[in-house]
Design a protein around this ligand. Structure first.
Ligand SMILES: NC(=O)c1ccc[n+]([C@@H]2O[C@H](COP(=O)([O-])OP(=O)(O)OC[C@H]3O[C@@H](n4cnc5c(N)ncnc54)[C@H](O)[C@@H]3O)[C@@H](O)[C@H]2O)c1
Length: 352
């Protein structure tokens, strides 16, 4: 068996370039080529990355050398491609969000399970060192009783950002706005660190952009473990701030801004705290994707590609299971349902 898993990339837009760079950086993966409904876009990236441009999705899926595809199309089209790829026996790394409706996400999870292929949701920000340190501190009980777990994504997107790709900012293809598109990674980190909420009450508005979906949203949460939290998500806050994650417990608290801790304070000190403060507790963290979507590193994508390639080549389980992606999506759909109904959305009545 080859020591590299061969990948195809479906969609050749902005994020596809990150996928290609990430595959190129990954020792156990290689890039077969791109497919895009715009043949010129596929050809351009294929020339840049020295690989093939496929003329159709079928042609790519019929390539028996390809073991996995990454899905980098508009969000509301992910399901169609995932169903075709799973039917062809390809493993899948799917961009966030998995898709834009509950029904489509459940269909994707079922099809991948039925076809025995991995469906790995791209949640690359789980794997940064600070988030892994937070996870370890949670697992070690350093926060004591968790009291608050909150996220703030006060970002800015220009009118140009929305008009440059016509699917953005639409219910049918983006599935929502600041929450499902921009804040989704920080929301996923919250669930990764503190589990699923039981109850959500949320409000949203379209306050500064000429788009269908929300550009500003606020949700209050009661988690299953008894703690509380809020989510603030926006693409209207100039100039765009680093995203913020805040965990407060009865015996410790931590605040993460993008990839830097603002606070890392626990009642019981550990030896590692000093090194963490020296390296990660520094002012002036970068704004990440706060003001522009292309300001993100591709290390997290490379980690997930390497992890999926390893799962394919060795039979191990990927670091993010499809069911976790399903839960993050059910949570996001729950927030939108609370906004639509004007009532709290209760998770204990729901699957997941
Ligand atoms: N993980 C992250 O941090 C991150 C960052 C940005 C975008 N994304 C996600 O990546 C996805 C793509 O976003 P983008 O900003 O690259 O969009 P984009 O508009 O720049 O690119 C989408 C590409 O898909 C192509 N396309 C459309 N329909 C297709 C089809 N049926 N088959 C093949 N190709 C098709 C388009 O021609 C275009 O080239 C979205 O789901 C978005 O949410 C993730």
């Amino acid at each position: 068996m080859s020591r590299k898993a061969l990948f195809g990339i479906v969609g050749a837009g902005m994020i596809a370039r990150f996928h290609a760079q990430a595959i190129r950086k990954t020792a156990n993966a290689a890039l077969a080529g791109f497919y895009d409904v715009r043949p010129d876009a596929a050809k351009q990236l294929a020339a840049e990355f020295n690989c093939r441009a496929y003329a159709s999705l079928d042609e790519m899926l019929r390539d028996s050398e390809i073991r996995a595809v990454t899905i980098a199309t508009p969000s509301g089209l992910h399901c169609d491609t995932v169903l075709s790829a799973a039917g062809a026996g390809k493993h899948i790394l799917c961009e966030k969000p998995l898709d834009v409706t509950r029904e489509k996400v459940e269909a994707m999870l079922k099809s991948c399970s039925d076809n025995h292929v991995h469906l790995v949701p791209v949640f690359q920000t789980r794997f940064t060192r600070p988030v892994q340190l937070l996870r370890k501190a949670v697992q070690e009980g350093r926060f004591g009783r968790m009291l608050f777990a909150s996220a703030r994504v006060h970002w800015y997107r220009t009118a140009d950002y929305y008009s440059s790709s016509p699917w953005r900012g639409t219910w049918a293809m983006d599935g929502g706005g600041a929450l499902i598109n921009q804040a989704i990674h920080t929301v996923d980190q919250l669930l990764y660190l503190n589990g699923l909420p039981e109850s959500i009450s949320a409000y949203s508005g379209t306050l500064t952009h000429d788009i269908e979906v929300e550009d500003t949203l606020c949700a209050s949460l009661r988690y299953a473990n008894g703690s509380f939290g809020t989510i603030e998500a926006s693409t209207s806050c100039k100039p765009g701030f680093p995203r913020r994650l805040e965990l407060s417990g009865s015996s410790g608290s931590a605040v993460l801004e993008e990839d830097r801790f603002i606070r890392w304070e626990f009642e019981t000190a550990k030896e590692e705290d000093q090194e963490i403060r020296q390296t990660l507790l520094v002012p002036g963290s970068n704004a990440g994707g706060g003001s522009a979507p292309e300001n993100i590193p591709c290390d997290g994508h490379a980690f997930q590609i390497s992890d999926l390639a390893n799962a394919i080549l060795t039979g191990s389980a990927p670091a993010v299971h499809s069911s976790e992606g399903g839960n993050t999506m059910r949570f996001i759909f729950g927030i939108y349902e609370s906004i639509r109904s004007g009532k709290p959305y209760l998770f204990n009545n729901q699957k997941g």
